[in-house]
Design a protein around this ligand. Structure first.
Ligand code: NDP
Length: 296
């Protein structure tokens, strides 16, 4: 058996096109375009790359991108002042503070300062609570992107056994909530889980969000499982001095057993920014008192 490759890049491209197509009607109704503000503190190279690509994708979708850069030694008061300004700016529908923050800044306090209705990352405790009780809010982009890929592949997820490996607030926990919302039977595994391979073998759906290169092996999987690999791990490549990206799943052995699997790169990764734009479009509509466009 050789699993189908779930093409997250193509799916994300389609979503971005659908989002761009919603902008003219929003502009006709409100006289403006949806806007996303991204705040970067310091010059971490990976964070700078993410912020640049988020800005580029926002503009490509016909939306407004606002970038705010603070020096690495910025104080909590300076950062909170910018968030306050963005909370009150009507042209800004979504606010994202790029994480991780330098160590003098407290992430929880910073996230708590963002208006929950502009919290397009879905990290505010109000949005975590809304997800837990099944109210509309904002869901973190990576797990929502995973759910979109799963529904596109499988359709109705109701009654399926899902195992989520990882319990972080940004991936594992919201992923489990989303799958529960789809009426899956959900198990959350983590570093203290006993006999992880046996737990994973029960699953029709496996979501790996661990941060350990190629940890999940093909012989951990039930035949026909659908595997979503969230992991992004940089490891030594075959050429000396070169590195490559791998997921948390050993793709080659997993593809022998699974029915479908996301590759790394090109699977979950491209979904994250596309869903960020999706959340911004939804935020813009809600703030303007309009129904969010269907099919997003
Ligand atoms: P965290 O480090 O916050 O969480 C990792 C989780 O994996 C923890 O819950 C941990 O358990 C669990 N874990 C660690 N080791 C094991 C083990 N041996 N067996 C079982 N569980 C284990 O990571 P994130 O959730 O932030 O990210 C996970 C991965 O996803 C990373 O590779 C990250 O780079 C990637 N990622 C990708 C994104 C994308 O856009 N594609 C976005 C976000 C993340 P415990 O809680 O017990 O410590």
């Amino acid at each position: 058996m050789s699993a189908d490759r779930i093409d997250g890049k193509a799916f994300a491209g389609g979503l971005r096109e659908r989002l761009a197509a919603t902008v003219p009607a929003f502009t006709a109704a409100t006289g403006r375009v949806p806007g996303l503000a991204v705040v970067l503190v310091g010059e971490d190279p990976a964070s700078s790359v993410y912020v640049r690509s988020k800005g580029k994708a926002t503009v490509e979708a016909g939306m407004a991108s606002f970038e705010h850069k603070l020096p690495a030694d910025a104080t909590q008061a300076e950062l909170l002042a910018i968030i306050d300004q963005l909370n009150r700016d009507d042209a800004v529908d979504g606010i994202l503070v790029q994480l991780p923050l330098p160590k003098q800044l407290d992430e929880q306090t910073v996230i708590a300062a963002i208006d929950p209705d502009k919290d397009v990352d879905g990290f505010h405790i109000a949005n975590a609570g809304r997800l837990a009780v099944g109210q509309p809010g904002f869901v973190p982009c990576t797990p929502l992107g995973c759910l979109m890929l799963l529904k596109d592949r499988i359709g109705d997820l109701s009654g399926l056994e899902a195992v989520v490996i990882g319990r972080s607030n940004i991936v594992g926990k919201p992923m489990a909530q989303l799958l529960l919302g789809e009426s899956c039977t959900v198990t959350i595994a983590h570093s203290r889980t006993r006999d992880l391979p046996a737990v994973v073998r029960r699953a029709d759906i496996v979501v790996a969000a661990v941060g350990r290169p190629e940890m999940v092996k093909g012989d951990w999987l039930k035949a026909g499982a659908v595997v979503i690999d969230v992991g992004i791990n940089r490891v030594a490549g075959s050429e000396a001095g070169k590195t490559k990206l791998v997921g948390d799943v050993d793709y080659a052995s997993a593809a022998e057993v699974a029915s479908a699997i996301t590759p790394v790169p090109g699977g979950v990764g491209p979904m994250t920014i596309a869903v960020l734009l999706r959340n911004t479009v939804v935020a813009a509509h809600r703030r303007a008192g309009l129904a969010p466009p269907a099919g997003l």
